[in-house]
Design a protein around this ligand. Structure first.
Ligand code: IMP
Ligand code: ZN
Length: 335
């Protein structure tokens, strides 16, 4: 099964750039920047099974140190694309929070990432990469305003690359209602919205988010069965990230993961990594866990991949090509 899943031309719809650097990539990055990769630093970039969401957000700070220069960010972007390509991911929508520091502005940040993606695709032509700038809900609202206006502007120059806006960050911080007017503006300007929703228990916020609407729902761990039905009616997929949820403690075990309830309800879903680097996983591994835990067959994995193709923000033509790759792979194994 593992070999089958590795070879499957997979589709990744929920991946944060700074969370998506595997151990080899972190080592390569530290060596490029500092001439060596201190093991202590590398250890700090990984989340153990701490079951503590706040601790997870602290971990990102160590990775962020490695991407705090233009060179670090550029190379990290290339490495993240490399890691997905090596896992046979044929399409990835990368999300990332534009940051500002002494080395770059938020505009520079996005431009560096965009250029790095364009360059990386020359090295890894088999993977299609899109970008979703993220709003960090733990940051002030005016930062979100800047992110949205940059995203809207850059989407005009790179319409096939920047496709939407993500709302993420520590769900215990910030209020959705403060960000709703800004992300509403993004939607009016034609950007899709992916929202981390029901990652922790917060029924009133979940209700606000569902009323507001979104193209895809991130995590959805605390959705009630009624809310899952509502998403089903609206054809909004839930981005399920098994290892991330278990390691960060928002789901108690793989067996308890809400993917089971979502599958039973036959509601739309996609399997994603969230942060394959810091959670030390791959999309292949996430599929494998799903097969081992819930008994998915190969055909169900193919169908889940086709579901991800369908719910991606790629063009019709791109989606058609992706679906063909998946079907051809499945057919080649039956011969
Ligand atoms: P970056 O945006 O490329 O720096 O990716 C890391 C960032 O993504 C983190 O600092 C968080 O703001 C966000 N992030 C990553 N994983 C999660 C998650 O599971 N929930 C909410 N936000 C997340
Ligand atoms: Zn996420």
């Amino acid at each position: 099964m593992k070999q089958f899943l590795k070879g499957l031309p997979k589709v990744e719809l929920h991946a944060h750039l700074n969370g998506s650097l595997g151990v080899d990539s972190l080592r390569d990055l530290a060596e490029r920047l500092y001439g060596s990769a201190p093991e202590k630093l590398l250890e700090l970039c990984f989340i153990r099974c701490e079951k503590d969401l706040d601790a997870c957000f602290e971990t990102f700070k160590f990775v962020h140190e490695l991407t705090a220069t233009a060179e670090g960010l550029r190379y990290a972007t290339e490495l993240a694309v490399r890691d997905f390509a090596q896992d046979n991911v044929q399409y990835v929508e990368l999300r990332t929070t534009p940051k500002a520091n002494a080395h770059y502005s938020r505009r520079d940040y996005l431009e560096i990432v965009i250029e790095a993606i364009i360059e990386a695709r020359k090295k890894y032509p088999d993977i299609l990469v899109k970008l979703l700038p993220s709003i960090n809900r733990a940051e002030p609202v005016d930062v979100a305003e800047e992110t949205v206006s940059l995203a809207v502007e850059l989407a005009q120059s790179y319409p096939h690359l920047i496709l939407g806006i993500d709302l993420s960050g520590n769900p215990a911080k910030g209020r959705f209602s403060d960000f709703a007017p800004i992300i509403s503006k993004a939607r009016e300007m034609g950007l899709k919205l992916v929202i981390h929703c029901a990652e922790i228990k917060n029924p009133s916020e979940v209700q606000e988010m569902l009323e507001f609407g979104m193209s895809r729902c991130g995590h959805g761990s605390f959705l009630t069965q009624k809310e899952i039905e509502l998403l089903k009616q609206r054809n909004i997929p839930i981005e399920c990230c098994l290892t991330s949820n278990v390691k960060s403690g928002t789901v108690s075990s793989l067996e308890e993961h809400h993917l089971k309830r979502i599958m039973e309800a036959n509601a739309p879903k996609v399997i994603c990594t969230d942060d394959s680097g810091v959670f030390d996983t791959t999309l292949t591994q996430e599929f494998l866990l799903a097969t081992e835990t819930f008994g998915l067959t190969r055909r169900q994995c193919v169908d889940l991949t086709l579901e991800a193709v369908h719910h991606s923000f790629a063009t019709d033509q791109e989606r058609k090509k992706m679906a063909e790759r998946v079907e051809n792979y499945a057919a080649s194994l039956q011969k």
